[in-house]
Design a protein around this ligand. Sequence first.
Ligand code: B12
Ligand code: SF4
Length: 640
Amino acid sequence: MKRILLVNPPDVDVSLFDYATARRGRANNYPAYGLGVLARHLMNNGYEVRILNLNHELLKIVVKPEMPVPIDYDMAWQFILFQIVNEYDPDIIGVTCLFSVTGKSLTAVCRYLREITVAPIAIGGVHVTHDVDNVLKDTGADYAFLNESEKAFIHFLNTGELYQCVTPQGRFLDKLPPDDLDIIPPFEIMDVENHSRYGTLGSWYGFVHEKTRIATALSNRGCRAHCSFCNVRSFNGEGVRQRTIESVLEELQILKDRGIGHIIWLDDDLLMREERAIALFDGMVRKNLNMTWDATNGVIAASLRDEVVAAAAASGCIGLSLGIESGNAEILRSIKKPGTPRIFRRAAEVLKNYPQINVRALLIIGFPNETLGQMMDTVNLCEEMNLDWHNIAILQPWKNTPIYDAMVDQGLLGEEEGKLKGDVSPYQLGPYSRQRAIEQGKIGQSQYGEKRGGSGLVDWSDLNRIPATAELDDIWFYLNVRLNFERLFRETRPIKLEQQLTWLRYVSTKTAPDNALILYFYAYLQSVVLGEIEDSVIAQLHLRLQESAYWREKFEQLGLKLSDLAFDGPISGLGHILGYRDSGARGNANLHKLVLPGVLIEPQIAIGNGSTGRKKQATQYQGLDGVLLREESLKIAQNA
Ligand code: B12
Ligand code: SF4
């Protein structure tokens, strides 16, 4: 019998790894689901399999309190890999690579394997498929399997014949697509229940209790749409293929039995065939799974009908991302997004009835020839829709997508993949890591030749202007302040205020404790929801403003002052940046005497209004079991 070792490389290579973030438990740590699918097929065919999730094993070491900071990153994963290869002595090693951002890490792992074993190396996954020749050359692998290749891989192991595969010797491109999707990964060999102990998964990790175990599940493959910037169609092919509901429910039950309390759907198009989605969610209720779930990958707005959202909410949905990308009809058409501003508004109307679901808009700026006015259309639509948060990305043209090819044709792309002519980064960091890199001046020096965005203000005077790519960081900053932070001053719904407090508590302690803007608004929300601001938050904010010229400059631009959180005083600032009229001074908050900083829209909620207000908010909240918000609400109510 052949022994197969399947390896998931560290999420990023040493140059992008952030020790401090990882030690706070905030590095990505997903179960290697794709390898799990492969493993189950292999086991069904009589092979012996081990899965090594190097990212997970590495994070286990990094978060140990006794570990020196920083550890020798490369030596640590090499040691783990060496031990297992030595002990297991596999006949063949399969290495996966989902994201291009993991590409360098894949290369490092394959090259190290070459040094320590003669076992053949096969690679696969989205990144491998989309840049196969370069990846094969860089990694020195023996076989690069393309697309969904579980069947092709097993056929190769059984017969030696190659399908959907490129090797240094040739291309074997005939297809052997999978015919059985009702496959449940062998979670028992994946340590699935422990991933969320060492890192984070999905966008709503801050909303579940920190002891809740989180895992991923897949119910559909592919997507009905064909957005021009997306790799899904070129990887999974046309349309959507669905697992049977019974098989998905069985998978959830297994996860539940392993102690998982929250699920992140891996689907690209979770709501495809709305009646199926409803049947799946109803099945979760019938099975009494009592789990919460979120769809970190965007769902398609057209499917957000009331019956669908009602069933989702009843089955434990606490978070949905909504793929919007742009609020401009022309841009939406040009990128072939399945949605129009009218459809997005309609979805927002439905979602308003389910405030327990925290909804995030996925947005992109920097499409080819996108003007400032078109970006403003996005802002206006989002302000109208009033969703809970906006994940704004700068366009990242991935190889093997229509937008990539079009940008090459238009001369907008440089030689290297994703390198916009001398400007934006090919592989972006998360938004707050990126902001940190800008603050620390690292982006200007990065190996990718990124340019630091200007630190100045955006000139919005000519809305027909197509901004230079170097301006996109500043535009991102403006949009982020306007869509995510400024709107907090207008939020009055207790359940939403508590959700925002929970979210900012999480990002200000785990994701970006160095981000002064987040700290400032976290303090503001504490005052509104809890009636007081923790001294430690003020102290941290004070420290950040003292030590960071970047944040002092940003605060000055926005008219924000630390003193706003402590004294009465005149309001200034934020408004002139955000385009609002100055409504003059306000003050007289009790407790910490919080005065709202320079946003020029009156808050519609009393600040620091004492225990009655707190009790009221707590009892109004109808959360789901296991959701931190609810526990916090009860705690507040009890203390009040
Ligand atoms: C779920 C998902 C996520 C999840 C979690 C992913 C996870 N690690 O579990 C979250 C939401 C966190 C996420 C984040 C991001 N994602 Co994402 N994500 C996906 C999604 C929708 C599904 C992936 C999946 O689990 N598929 C199911 C499993 C079963 O498939 P699989 O892993 O590919 O494995 C199969 C085959 O590839 C093959 N295979 C895999 N390995 C091997 C190895 C061997 C040896 C063999 C033979 C075969 C083989 O066999 C398996 C069975 O068929 C894909 C889209 C897609 N359809 O692939 C995008 C996708 C991978 N994501 C993408 C992007 C861009 C991102 C982000 C950069 C977005 C952002 N701007 O932040 C981040 C990056 C996160 C990071 N590392 O920093 C892009 C990647 C493009 C690229 N070239 O890098 C994709 C393709 C979507 C798109 N828009 O184009 N993502
Ligand atoms: S809707 Fe999402 S998954 Fe589907 S093609 Fe568009 S971006 Fe890709």
